[in-house]
Design a protein around this ligand. Structure first.
Ligand code: GAL
Length: 696
C-alpha cells in the first residue's frame, strides 16, 4: 500500500529527555525510580511504629505514605486538633531515612462533620443520600464541605509544609466516588446550573445546543434544569445534557483537587511536590484536567479476577497492557509521573482474589520503571488484621514481622535498582530505532463519553477499541504517548486517533498539516461523525474527514454477537463483529474490503498519500484486533520504520539507557536481546513473570 516514505526529519528525533520530564525540579535523574510503602500509624498501636518503620527502612524503602484516611484522628472533634501522633510518626520515619508523602484526609470526613452538616453528603441517582460508614461519601460540589476541607488542609499545610522529612503531598485518595461517580445532591444541581449559565450565557443558546425542541424539552430559565438522570425519566435523557453533565462532573472533581492544591501551594515549601492518585480510565474523572499538578500519579491492581491475561496462568499476572497503557497515558500529561499504589499480591476486593504468580510483583515494578515513572509505592506495608481490607497482602504478613512473598520481591528489586543506578549514565541518547517507531495515540475524552452514552451496539467498548491499537504497538516494541489534540503532533512519526467522533474543521486541518509535513495518520471507525456539540453534520455522514481520507461516503453496520463478518486484505482474511464503517472510496487506495453481507466488495480500510505523509482509515472494530495489527504493521514497514514482532504479553521497553524485557505470558519466551548487549539482570530466555534488563 504505502511506497517507502522517507524516514523522518529532525522534528521526529529525540535526543534529550525521551519522556519529556521537563519540570523535573523535584526528582533527581540519577535516583531513577524511588520505592516506597504505605503505612497507617493511626491503625496500629503506638508501640509498633518504631519497630515497623525501622523495618521499612532496613528493607531499603526510600519513602512512606501517611494520613489520607486519618481526618478523625487529626480532628477528633470539631476544632480540636491532634497532630501529636502524626508528628511522632514523621519523626520516626525521618530517623529511619524514609521520606514522607503527606496526604490530605478529605476522602474520610469524620462522623461529627457529616452529622452536623448532612448537606455535605453526596446523593446517588436513586436519590439516596450516601452516609457515613465507608469513604468518599462527601460531595465535591458542597460549599460547606469545601469550607471544612480548606480548614484541615490549611492546618496540615502549615504544620508540615516546611518539614524537611515531608517529600511531597497527595490530595485526597483516588477521587472518583468509586462505583457511583455522579452526584445529584442540591449543591451539584446548583453548580451544574451555574456551569451551564457560564457556558451558554443565555437559555436560548442552551436550548439550541441541546436541541430541546425535540420532545418539547425547551427551558425558559436555567433554574428549571435538573441533572439528567435516567432513573427519574421514562425514556433516555437528552444526550447533549448527558455530555454536558459528564464535562461538568470532570470539571467539578478537578476543581476539588486543584482547590486543595492551591491551598497547599500557599503554605508548603517549593521543594515539596503535589499530586493526587487517580484510578486510570475511571470515568468521568479526567486526568488531563489536573495537568497543573506537579506530578501525575495513578494506582494499579491487576490480579483481582477481572483481567485474564495471556494463557493459562495469565489471571495471576494480569494484562500486559494494563500498567503499560497507564504509564503512557499519565506520563505525557505534564511530563512527570509516578505510581502511587501498586498491588502487593493477593487482595480482598476482587471478583475472586487469586495468588499472584511468583515474580509477578517484581515484574510489575519493572513495568512501572520502564514507563519512566519517578517512583512506585507499594500498597501497603502491613496486612490489616481488622476492618475492611483484612485479606489484603502487605509487605509484612499478619504477624507484623515476617516478610511476605511480595515483600521479598520488593526487597529484590530495591537491591537490583541500586546496582542499576551505578551503571546509569545521564543523557544516554535514545536508541534511534526505538525513537523511529514512537507513536502517539490521540485520546478523545469527549468521544469516549459520547460513544459510551450512544454505543449503537451492545458490543461497543471505547477502551477496548483503543486497546486493540495499543496491544499492536506493544507487540511492535513501539514507545507510545497517549496525548490530547492540543499536543504537538510533529514529535511523532505516527499518530493514531481511534474513534475521534467529536471534532471540528480546525482539528481536521491540523491533521492534514501533520500529514503534509510527513506524518503518518491513522484514523479509525466513528471518527468525525459529529461536531463539538455532538450534533451530526448537516452534510454527508462524517463529511469533514472525506477529503482527508479519500472517501466519497461512509455508512456503518453492526452484527449480532453470534455472527461473524469477513474482510479480505490481499490474501489474508479477517473476522469482524463489533463495528464496521463501510467506505465508498474516492481518491484513496482500497487496502481491505468486506467479503460478505450485502455490501461485499466495499472498502473496509483505505489509504491516501498527502504531501510527504499518509492517512490510513480503518473502518472495522474487530474482536481479536488482528486486522488492526496487520494494517499497522504494513504501514510501519512500508514507511521504513523497523518493528519488533513480540508475542502477545511480551513487553520490551527502554528507559534511561536500560532495555527492559517482561514476560506476562504463561510460557517461556525468548526476548530479542542483541548478541552484543550487556545483560544487567535476568537472561534472554524468560520464564513467566520474569524480567531481563540489558544495555546496548
Ligand atoms: C485502592 C485504594 C486504597 C486501598 C486499596 C486496596 O484502590 O486507594 O485505599 O483501598 O485500593 O486494594
Amino acid at each position: 500500500m504505502v511506497k517507502k516514505a522517507v524516514l523522518l526529519c529532525l522534528s521526529f528525533c529525540f535526543v534529550q529527555s525521551f519522556f519529556g520530564q521537563g519540570r523535573n525540579r523535584f526528582f533527581s535523574d540519577s535516583s531513577l525510580m524511588l520505592v516506597g510503602s504505605y503505612y497507617y500509624p493511626e491503625q496500629w498501636p503506638k508501640d509498633n511504629w518504631a519497630r515497623d518503620l525501622k523495618k521499612m527502612g532496613e528493607l531499603g524503602f526510600d519513602f512512606t505514605h501517611f494520613g489520607e484516611f486519618a481526618w478523625a484522628a487529626m480532628e477528633p472533634e470539631e476544632g480540636r486538633y491532634d497532630f501529636s501522633w502524626l508528628d511522632e510518626a514523621v519523626k520516626i520515619a525521618e530517623k529511619n531515612h524514609l521520606k514522607v508523602i503527606m496526604c490530605t484526609p478529605t476522602p474520610t470526613p469524620p462522623a461529627w462533620l457529616t452529622k452536623k452538616y448532612p448537606e455535605v453528603l453526596m446523593v446517588n441517582d436513586e436519590g439516596r443520600t450516601i452516609r457515613h460508614g465507608a469513604r468518599q461519601h462527601a460531595s465535591w460540589s458542597s460549599k460547606k464541605y469545601r469550607e471544612y476541607v480548606e480548614k484541615i488542609v490549611t492546618i496540615l499545610a502549615r504544620r508540615y509544609g516546611n518539614n524537611k522529612a515531608v517529600w511531597g503531598w497527595q490530595i485526597d485518595n483516588e477521587p472518583s466516588h468509586y462505583g457511583s461517580p455522579y452526584d445529584y445532591n442540591a449543591s451539584a444541581q446548583a453548580n451544574f446550573r451555574e456551569w451551564l449559565r457560564k457556558k451558554y450565557k443565555t437559555i436560548d443558546a442552551l436550548n439550541k445546543s441541546w436541541a430541546t425542541t425535540f420532545w418539547s424539552l425547551t427551558y425558559n430559565d436555567f433554574n428549571q434544569i435538573r441533572i439528567p438522570n435516567a432513573k427519574e425519566l421514562v425514556q433516555q435523557p437528552n444526550p447533549h445534557a448527558i455530555l454536558d453533565f459528564k464535562r461538568f462532573t470532570a470539571d467539578e472533581v478537578a476543581s476539588f483537587v486543584l482547590f486543595q492544591q492551591k491551598i497547599l501551594r500557599k503554605y508548603v515549601s517549593p521543594q515539596q511536590w503535589i499530586t493526587t492518585n487517580l484510578i486510570p480510565d475511571f470515568n468521568p474523572v479526567d486526568p488531563n484536567r489536573m495537568a497543573a499538578l506537579d506530578i501525575m500519579t495513578y494506582t494499579k491492581y491487576l490480579v483481582a479476577g477481572f483481567e485474564m491475561g495471556e494463557g493459562e496462568q495469565g489471571f495471576r499476572m494480569g494484562s500486559s497492557t494494563s500498567i503499560g497503557y497507564s504509564n503512557d497515558r499519565f506520563r505525557p500529561i505534564n511530563g512527570l509521573s509516578g505510581v502511587m499504589e501498586l498491588q502487593p499480591g493477593q487482595v480482598n476486593w476482587g471478583k475472586y482474589n487469586p495468588q499472584t504468580m511468583p515474580g509477578t510483583v517484581r515484574m510489575w515494578i519493572y513495568h512501572v520503571f520502564a514507563g519512566g515513572n519517578k517512583f512506585v509505592c507499594n500498597y501497603r506495608f502491613r496486612q490489616p488484621l481488622f476492618a475492611g481490607e483484612q485479606y489484603h497482602y502487605g509487605i509484612l504478613k499478619t504477624d507484623g514481622i515476617t516478610v511476605s512473598s511480595s515483600g521479598d520481591e520488593y526487597i529484590q528489586v530495591i537491591k537490583e535498582l541500586h546496582s542499576l543506578k551505578k551503571s546509569y549514565h545521564p543523557g544516554t541518547p535514545v536508541p534511534p530505532a526505538y525513537a523511529a517507531r514512537k507513536t502517539a495515540i490521540l485520546f478523545s475524552q469527549e468521544s469516549q463519553w459520547e460513544t459510551d452514552n450512544q454505543p449503537q451496539t451492545n458490543q461497543w467498548n471505547f477502551m477496548n477499541h483503543i486497546m486493540k491499537y495499543y496491544r499492536a504497538l506493544q507487540s511492535f516494541g513501539a514507545p507510545v504517548d497517549v496525548i490530547d489534540e492540543h499536543a504537538d503532533f510533529s514529535a511523532y512519526p505516527v499518530v493514531i486517533a481511534p474513534c475521534f467522533q467529536l471534532l471540528d474543521k480546525a482539528l481536521v486541518a491540523k491533521w492534514k498539516n501533520y500529514v503534509e509535513q510527513g506524518g503518518h495518520l491513522v484514523l479509525t471507525c466513528r471518527t468525525g461523525q459529529k461536531d463539538r456539540e455532538a450534533h451530526l453534520w448537516e452534510a454527508k455522514f462524517a463529511a469533514p474527514i472525506y477529503d482527508l481520507i479519500g472517501a466519497k461516503e461512509i455508512s456503518y453496520d453492526l452484527l449480532p454477537e453470534e455472527r461473524t463478518g469477513h474482510i479480505k486484505m490481499g490474501e489474508q482474511t479477517f473476522k469482524w463483529n463489533n463495528w464496521a464503517d463501510v467506505i465508498e472510496a474516492g481518491d484513496a487506495e482500497v487496502v481491505a474490503t468486506y467479503n460478505d453481507q450485502f455490501y461485499k466488495g466495499k472498502a473496509a480500510v483505505v489509504f491516501k498519500k498527502i504531501g510527504k505523509g499518509t492517512v490510513t482509515y480503518i473502518g472495522p472494530d474487530t474482536d481479536d484486533g488482528e486486522l488492526e495489527r496487520e494494517v499497522l504493521k504494513k504501514l510501519y514497514t512500508n514507511a521504513g520504520i523497523g518493528l519488533l514482532d513480540l508475542p502477545k504479553g511480551v513487553v520490551v521497553g527502554w528507559r534511561d539507557g536500560f532495555w527492559i524485557g517482561l514476560n506476562y505470558t504463561s510460557q517461556q519466551q525468548n526476548i530479542p536481546v542483541p548478541d552484543n548487549a550487556t545483560i544487567m539482570l535476568g537472561s534472554k530466555t524468560l520464564a513467566p513473570a520474569d524480567v531481563v534488563i540489558w544495555k546496548e
